[in-house]
Design a binder for this molecule. Structure first.
Ligand SMILES: NC(=O)c1ccc[n+]([C@@H]2O[C@H](COP(=O)([O-])OP(=O)(O)OC[C@H]3O[C@@H](n4cnc5c(N)ncnc54)[C@H](OP(=O)(O)O)[C@@H]3O)[C@@H](O)[C@H]2O)c1
Length: 329
């Protein structure tokens, strides 16, 4: 089968399209013929081995070379074969999944049955591949770390990107009052997703307009926790998801500093880490229900062909894709 293999850290040019052996499903595993995968910031962080500080932490980066050699955390496709003991899926089923250890930028991937879900019936493969990691992140951030309820006031800083476009819609599905922060060209998009208010960060500073929020989703930008606290209610939560990246430290440094500082004040900083989540299947089922009910829809900005993965990663890395970047395989 064809797969993009990562043998060393570097620019998108290190992604090599090669012929490798097709994997065989082991006990409890399902072999999926991948039809689409999506590209996200995690892919270029893993590809570049940045921020460098992350290479020193236990996790997904190796010190000198990549631990994960086939990137791609989101897939949608068709079941090709099942391993011993698999009872919930059969050949030909349309499925989707989030793969914490990658493997999606390939024609086939083996997925544990427990992490695979039926694809939303109303979505194409390209649309379904846009969902698992980004929507899963928004779901965990709002439901688990944010504890969002009807009437909660939620600020989504980074509302126009992969995670943000889902967060705005999910916040509305949970009955919250949602304010989205994005740049000028995405104001209409964020409003069309249901945001009650939209702040254009090129013209207004959300930390200075006098509004307060119960939950702030910190997806983008480089504001300090001290600045974010100013717009939180007394028991408000700043949910740390991501932010502007640098080679050595960010966004890991900003996230760690917020978590440490929050031990001393009434407002809390909480981390969302979708890759560490143990119930991906449950999250996907919840998302599928919202999608098939018409309450949640992926925003797909661009679809690239399989041979164009380096260009797709280069585009995603610019950091301004409205919605998701998808690979057709
Ligand atoms: N913790 C987790 O489990 C987890 C999971 C997924 C992603 N992440 C992290 O979350 C971050 C976002 O991921 P993503 O997939 O949404 O990325 P993305 O699709 O590249 O979106 C980033 C968005 O940030 C916006 N942005 C840039 N500068 C901004 C600013 N100063 N203020 C407000 N918005 C700004 C951009 O919108 P404009 O074009 O309008 O500027 C862009 O749409 C990344 O750091 C990623 O690594 C973490």
């Amino acid at each position: 089968m064809k797969a993009y293999v990562l043998r060393s850290y570097g620019s998108p040019d290190v992604l090599e399209l090669r012929d490798i052996d097709r994997p065989a499903p082991g006990p409890g595993e399902v072999l999926v013929r991948v039809r689409a995968a999506s590209v996200q910031p995690a892919d270029w962080h893993l590809m570049r081995g940045e921020p460098y500080v992350s290479r020193l932490m236990p996790g997904f980066l190796g010190l000198r070379k990549p631990k994960i050699t086939i990137l791609g955390a989101d897939v949608a496709g068709v079941v090709e074969a099942t391993g011993p003991g698999v009872t919930g899926f059969a050949t030909g089923d349309e499925v989707y999944a989030m793969l914490a250890m990658g493997g999606g930028f390939a024609e086939y991937v083996c997925v544990p049955e427990s992490e695979l879900a039926p694809k939303p019936a109303t979505l194409s493969f390209e649309e379904a591949a846009a969902v698992p990691l980004a929507a899963g992140t928004a779901l965990l951030a709002l439901r688990d770390q944010g504890g969002v309820r009807p009437g909660s006031r939620v600020l989504v800083n980074g509302a126009s990107g992969g995670v943000g476009t889902f967060a705005v819609q999910l916040g509305k599905a949970y009955g919250a009052h949602v304010t989205g922060v994005c740049s000028t060209r995405n104001v209409d998009l964020v409003r069309s997703l249901g945001a009650d208010e939209v702040i254009d960060y090129t013209k207004e500073d959300f930390t200075r307009d006098g509004q307060v929020y119960d939950v702030l989703l910190y997806i983008a930008g480089n504001r300090s926790f001290a600045e974010c606290r100013k717009v939180l209610t007394r028991k408000g939560v700043c949910v740390m998801i991501g932010g502007a990246a640098t080679r050595w430290l960010q966004p890991a440094g900003r996230v760690s500093a917020a978590l440490a500082a929050s031990a001393f004040v009434s407002q809390k900083a909480a981390l969302t880490n979708v890759l560490a989540c143990r119930d991906n299947r449950g999250n996907l089922d919840e998302l599928t229900e919202l999608i098939d009910d018409g309450r949640l829809a992926p925003v797909v900005d661009r679809v690239y062909d399989f041979g164009e993965l380096p260009a797709a990663v280069r585009y995603q890395e610019e950091g301004h894709a409205p919605g998701k970047v998808v690979l057709r395989i």
